[in-house]
Design a protein around this ligand. Structure first.
Ligand SMILES: OC[C@H]1O[C@H](O[C@H]2O[C@H](CO)[C@@H](O)[C@H](O)[C@H]2O)[C@H](O)[C@@H](O)[C@@H]1O
Length: 482
């Protein structure tokens, strides 16, 4: 494991010392700071730190790209700086930063869904494996129909798959309370009330001859579950969090322990089952119907082309995780996401552009220390080390990857490629693809590997999209928001 103690100390010094840090956190590959005085950070020096692959400012956050080892770096940084996490005041300061409404919505979605990804990826692999066990027809039937052992495995794995996908509202309401800094256990309880076995399962609603209800004499409330639903859970989660924040302002400290949780949770559960749930379900269906129509309509190839090409620039902004909200709604409504396969292809395309750079610059040991791990990381679903360490630096590999990804996206939507779930967004991504889409997904993978590779080689040879030599030596600074 790398020793980051010196790099962490240097970062602390160049960023302006502990007093200049209002908040620090990290995501999959970056340290994210809210700085008191952003001008006090010496960007040139920070980018000279060996562990740092680049910096940029997005939506008021100063982000320092470290790569996959960011959790270790973060823990070292918290030791040397004594700074950890985000306090309420700090969060307020961060919220005041210059974000427009769209940016705010996207970053909120990204923050809520990022903590859920590890579980969703496990779920995706499980669904893919179960698909092989019970979905593929061999000459004498499926694996499950021929083996008690594999039937047992298949049933057992659904315990985990169901927990991840059907009980997803619990993860969402928990994540909302975590993001809002309110009581997380209340978020978990609220989520459980949306998927409780006392309710009619969401998947049984369409075929039910009658809907059970709570009978209050002069009015009734339907007992409907919100299994796998995203928007009802988000609406309920935010209602709970804002109600709790509001109650804390009014209820005296001495009795807040009893009254705040009670008056936050009970009304929220009631509103969730009367208003927010039905409305949220409807909105969720509209969103997924619109996206699904875009992904399956006559012009789906254009949608695929643009989404494929533009996904990696979206990753640069850090707002890409909001796509998980849409994919999860597509899973709930259509049994699988058809947006996510393009995400996996885009990540593969970035890795392939780096592969071309490794080939073109073979023998450059210094660069290979960055490029080889970055390529592996891309092929396993994390692209920032590749993009910030190599592709954006040289520009033409990034353009080549965008073109390759756009073409792969075009083919993916044209062929209606569908996944079982969100999976590992790289080469292992094929494990999460539905069996009847598997062949075309392999074709798309070939496109996402070959096109960026060939174009990167061609662009370098022809000098196309290449920055001037003196610009390449600098690690790029990408300003995506002022
Ligand atoms: O910012 C980290 C990475 O985020 C995305 O990948 C992660 O989420 C994907 C689902 O949206 C999942 O398939 C992948 O395995 C995860 O690593 C993004 O696609 C990556 O480019 C990015 O590096």
């Amino acid at each position: 494991m790398a020793d980051f103690s010196k790099d962490a100390k240097d970062l602390l010094q160049y960023i302006g010392g502990p007093d200049n840090i209002l908040a620090v956190s990290h995501c999959a590959t970056r340290m994210r700071f809210v700085l008191r005085d952003p001008a006090a950070a010496d960007i040139k020096k920070i980018e000279g730190i060996p562990a740092v692959k680049g910096t940029f400012t997005q939506a008021g956050q100063f982000q320092v790209i470290i790569g996959n080892e960011v959790p270790q770096f973060y823990s070292e940084f918290t030791k040397v700086s004594g700074k950890e996490g985000v306090s309420k005041d700090e969060a307020k300061t961060a919220a005041k930063q210059n974000q427009n409404v769209v940016q705010r919505v996207m970053s909120v979605l990204a923050e809520i869904f990022t903590p859920l990804i590890p579980a969703i990826v496990v779920g995706g692999l499980i669904l893919g494996f179960r698909n092989v066990l019970e979905g593929i027809q061999f000459a004498n039937g499926t694996i499950v129909s021929n083996s008690q052992f594999w039937t047992g495995v298949n049933d057992f794995l659904w315990l985990i798959g169901e927990a991840i996908f059907h009980f997803l509202p619990v993860g969402i309401t928990w994540s909302v309370t975590k993001k809002m800094g309110t009581t997380q256990i209340l978020g978990i309880v609220l989520g459980l009330t949306l998927v409780s076995p006392q309710l009619l399962n969401a998947y049984a609603v369409a075929g039910a001859s009658e809907i059970p209800f709570w009978d209050f004499g002069f009015f009734q409330i339907d007992k409907i579950g919100y299994q796998a639903q995203v928007i009802p859970a988000m609406l309920a989660g935010f209602t709970l969090a804002y109600l709790e924040i509001w109650l804390r302002k009014w209820i005296p400290q001495a009795i807040s322990m009893i009254f705040v949780p009670f008056f936050a949770l009970v009304p929220t559960v009631l509103i969730a089952h009367t208003v927010l749930g039905p409305i949220g379900w409807q909105i969720g269906q509209w969103v997924s119907n619109i996206v699904y129509a875009g992904l399956t309509g006559n012009f789906r190839w254009i949608f695929g082309l643009f989404f494929g090409a533009l996904y990696s620039p979206l990753v640069i902004t850090g707002l890409h995780h909001m796509s998980n909200a849409i994919d999860l709604q597509l899973i709930a409504d259509f049994g699988g996401p058809n947006l996510w396969p393009m995400i996996a292809l885009s990540n593969i395309a970035q890795g392939s552009a780096v592969l071309a750079i490794i080939f073109l610059h073979r023998g450059d040991e210094r660069e290979e220390q960055v490029s080889i791990p970055a390529m592996i990381s891309c092929y396993l679903g994390v692209t920032e080390p590749a993009m910030f360490g190599i592709n954006i630096k040289y520009v033409y590999p990034f353009v080549a990857a965008m073109i390759g990804s756009g073409l792969a996206g075009l083919v993916s939507t044209t062929a209606n490629i569908m996944a079982n779930s969100i999976g590992v967004g790289g080469i292992p991504g094929f494990l999460s693809i539905q069996t009847d889409s598997m062949f075309m997904f392999f074709i798309c993978m070939i496109i996402a590997i070959v096109v960026p590779f060939v174009l990167t080689v061609a662009f370098e040879k022809k000098g196309l999209f290449a920055p001037k030599a003196d610009e390449v030596t600098e690690t790029p600074v990408i300003e995506t928001a002022k």
